[in-house]
Design a binder for this molecule. Structure first.
Ligand code: DGL
Length: 273
């Protein structure tokens, strides 16, 4: 048994979409979340910049004595997982790409037309198509970047025509030309526009990596005998810019899930990380 918290991080509020499924499946686990809201989005930045941000945040989480680091960000997982594993060989580091790739391979056939949407960086690494094709070389996988989704979501522009038009702009040709029947939301922000996507493309099956990662976390905790017992520690959500948007979004995500988050919020200036 290990009652220390699990550290989650993302470029902003996207990684919060893993928190309700995590709390439902593993209610005793405590969470320290870091959203780098002051520097979001990461998905169009240079890989060297993303690597230095990720290392800085992981160092911070390690100082908080987390028992595991969950990279709740596809952009960071696709570029920094190996580096972070090397930097912290004694702490399990969980990336979000492999659990979702496993799910695609388990739930699709070789006739499936699988679409991956993500940030420019995630798509440019081909991390999803590479991981899927390693397991199922014949599977048809298509990838496209949707770079305006994250800034709009961070601004709370979700349930309206602007978001719908942006989805049509990036995805209509991609979906029709490639006859996509399965879509991976390859950015942790995208579950927040899942209902828009489902309404616009009602026949497409959605795979949500923010949920798929929870099983991997549970498996590692079981394997290493690191599950928490009951404890009164609060979940803490840090942001490098503790904006109203961030707090409102935690509220919306938690309320929608029916989970009592028992949270504390903290602003953390980047210089102090
Ligand atoms: N939520 C992130 C991801 O999963 C990052 C998005 C961004 O900052 O561009 O890729």
């Amino acid at each position: 048994m290990d009652n220390r918290p699990i550290g989650f991080f993302d470029s902003g509020l996207g990684g919060l979409t893993s928190i309700p499924p995590m709390m439902k499946k593993l209610p005793n686990e405590k969470i320290i979340y870091f959203g780098d809201t002051a520097r979001t989005p990461y998905g169009s930045k240079a890989v060297s910049t993303i690597k230095s941000f990720a290392k800085q945040i992981a160092d911070f989480l390690v100082k908080q004595d987390v028992k595991m680091i969950v990279i709740a960000c596809n952009t960071v997982s696709s570029t920094c997982l190996d580096d972070l594993e090397k930097a912290y060989p004694d702490i399990p580091i969980v990336g979000i790409i492999q659990p979702a790739a496993d799910k695609v391979v388990k739930s699709c056939s070789e006739d499936s037309q699988v679409g991956i949407i993500g940030t420019k960086v995630t798509i440019s690494t081909h991390a999803y198509s590479g991981s899927i094709k390693k397991l199922a070389p014949e599977m048809n996988v298509f990838e496209t970047a949707c770079p305006a989704f994250v800034p709009l979501i961070e601004e709370g522009i979700i349930a309206n025509d602007i978001m719908d038009l942006t989805i049509h702009h990036y995805m209509d040709d991609f979906v029709w030309e490639n006859r996509i029947d399965t879509l991976v939301l390859g950015c942790t922000h995208y579950p927040l526009i899942r209902s828009n996507i489902e309404r616009i493309y009602p026949d497409i099956k959605i795979i949500n990596p923010s949920e798929e990662i929870i099983k991997t976390i549970d498996d590692i905790l079981t394997e290493k005998d690191m599950h928490s017992g009951e404890s009164v520690i609060k979940n803490v959500f840090y942001a490098s810019d503790l904006s109203e948007n961030f707090i409102n979004m935690i509220d919306t995500i938690m309320k929608g899930s029916g989970v009592d988050a028992n949270v504390k919020f903290k602003n953390l200036e980047i210089g102090s990380i």
